[in-house]
Design a protein around this ligand. Sequence first.
Ligand code: ADP
Length: 554
Amino acid sequence: MVKRTLRRWRKPPPMLVFMLAVMLPAAALIIASASYVRHIQRGKMVEAAIQLDYQHILKIAEKRIVERAYETSEKASTSFPDVDHSEELDTFLTTHPEIAHAFLWTGKGDLDFRSQPGRMTDPDFQAEHKELSSELRDVFDMWSEDHIAMVKKNEVMEGRHVYITSEPVARGSKMQYESFVYFLPRGSTHEHPALAGFVYDEDYLKNSFFPQALNEVLPDQKGNDPSHPPPSITIRKEKEQTPLAASVCWNGGAPEVERGFDSVFPHLILGIRPYGTTIAEISNHWTHLAFGGLGALSLLMGGGMILAYRNVSRELALARLKSDFVSNVSHELRTPLSLIRLYAETLELGRISSPGKHQEYYEIIRKESERLTSLINNILDFSRIEAGKKEYSFRETDMADLVRSTLDSYRFEIEQNGFQFEQKIDNDLPQLRVDREAIARSLLNLVNNAVKYSATEKYLGVHLYRRNGGVNIEVVDHGIGIPLKEQLKIFEKFYRVGDPLVHNTKGSGLGLSLVRHIVLAHGGVVAVESAPGRGSRFIITLPVQNSEVQQVSA
Ligand code: ADP
């Protein structure tokens, strides 16, 4: 015969499934994100991205500033006198105080060059006037065609009526950066070409034009967000570090990204840097934020894992306890039922003749059915409590009478089992408002446990007394005892101590959880003092105060 071994698929433990399905992917995701952030940090990718962004902003800024220069100049050119009215140049200059010089060339040797009349008292300005007028006369006489062609080309290519360029001009001992605007004046014809223009000096560019233009490009946007500081833009001359002009949002420091003007303002450099910080600091801040976020995520995940772990293991333990409970209860039900059946059948067959035996059998049947009843009562009570349907009927009760009568029906049986039984009930106990049946059941559960878990030394003591505003019911045995770490757990539903001595004893793990529920419902507490091998003392404390208050309000 060939023996075959069938390999069965074993279901992996739920905890392992949980770890593999949730924890591993989450941890992998966090590790992958962390290494990606590290990669970004090492490759200085944040810096590169910001620099690229800044390049883009500078390009746009340049375009807008140039645009504004054209708009301003074209607007001014519209009120420029025509070729036959060069005498109106002074009026033109008075209405445009921002313009330093204006000129009109109408043919070889015919250049009218005027400067701001109000500023002619300044000797440096006067000298500049002289120098420029003679220079331009020579230039136009020789190169007027080139200039006219340049203006026309700009008109065709860019759709601009003016042509602007800038260059340094000496004023006194200093070099000034001045912008020259050229255009064809009204009245200029193909046969009699004319050239007109005006000059913006550095004072105007520095104090008025550039600040306004920069403010338009970057309105004041100082903010406090360190991960998104607003950029600040400066304009400087190629050979100077001190800026000519800066946006409102600028508080010193060298620009981190620069770009030269292509046209209109040659030799001027646009620079940009973040306000109040540096690109490297932004990158560091971003990296810290990213790592911080990942750290927080890991902590959250860790916390979640611990919570989930505790929940899952609690559920698993409960499931285990429930399955133990089912087998324990079935066992507990089967034993008394088989005994009852066996003795009832024996009696039915009439084989027993001695009246003493009859009596003994009847007693066994009675005791076993009482055991069944108490077990079933416990289960029913438990299911009512679980469903939230357990109701108590509190009545004025003489506690001494309650304890005495509950124990009386068991005294004989306890003593028959070889127990030394001590009952001590103090005098002058107050009446309490309790559910008589529920308190009796709690006491019976404690007494039953004391009897069940006393293997060698058979002692049972019940003591009823008043202490610190409460009435205590104390049940003492000298049995197997309970280890300290189990003493809180024994009040949980289905819980049974994992001691072999306990497992050899029948039980459902419901008794103490019922006792605790009943006592709490009475506003009391239940406590245990115990040591393995030395016995246990269970103490139910029922409050007198509550009962007295209830008595008054009832
Ligand atoms: P059970 O039906 O198992 O007795 P209980 O809820 O009444 O259920 O008790 C829970 C557990 O507490 C018991 O399984 C036992 O391990 C422990 N226990 C309760 N009373 C005693 C006692 N008097 N002595 C020792 N162990 C006890």
